[in-house]
Design a protein around this ligand. Sequence first.
Ligand code: ADP
Length: 191
Amino acid sequence: MINLILFGKPGSGKGTQAEFVKNKYDLIHISTGDLFRNNISNNTELGLLAKSYMDKGDLVPDEVTIKMLESEVNNHPNAKGFIFDGFPRTTVQAEILDQFLITLKLSISMTIALEVDENLLIERLISRGKDSGRSDDQDRTKIQNRFDEYNKKTSPLINYYKNQNKFFDVDGVGDINEISYRIFNTIDNNI
Ligand code: ADP
């Protein structure tokens, strides 16, 4: 069973690449951002709560995010593996994910980080915001806040997974198919 984490700053291409990886390795793709957005569209209580954080570019509190993630994993008892996209984003989330997977007799196989310069990311996010209407992609202050959240709360995970020898970098700039190829190579050479 392969359980992957796709890691990277907002706009680094996690969602796009997760789809390719999911198809190639027959994994269940879990995107916490997508799950929150679905809850917002369906006007659920969880959506209402998440929206107040997401609109500002803040992270949603750990306990809410973790509960949602665990229930999504539990919904797929026959999965051949998972690709986590946008989760974990804090050390607490990473620690709880490890413990939760142990209870299922599973573990993270590897973490793949998409490396993209912040200036390029801002351009990508602004252009995505125009197409998708995502409010957190349309405002430079919110985008900057998401980078600040990442740098403060998420970047410590690089060392967390390096310490477990599970961290791999991939250049996230270039042709989409070329980037997928780099990711597939990284998986195949290190799994
Ligand atoms: P991006 O990585 O491009 O910012 P996502 O769709 O992954 O987009 O996330 C959008 C927003 O959803 C985040 O800014 C945050 O508010 C919330 N979110 C997603 N995943 C998490 C998480 N693991 N922990 C806390 N908040 C999250």
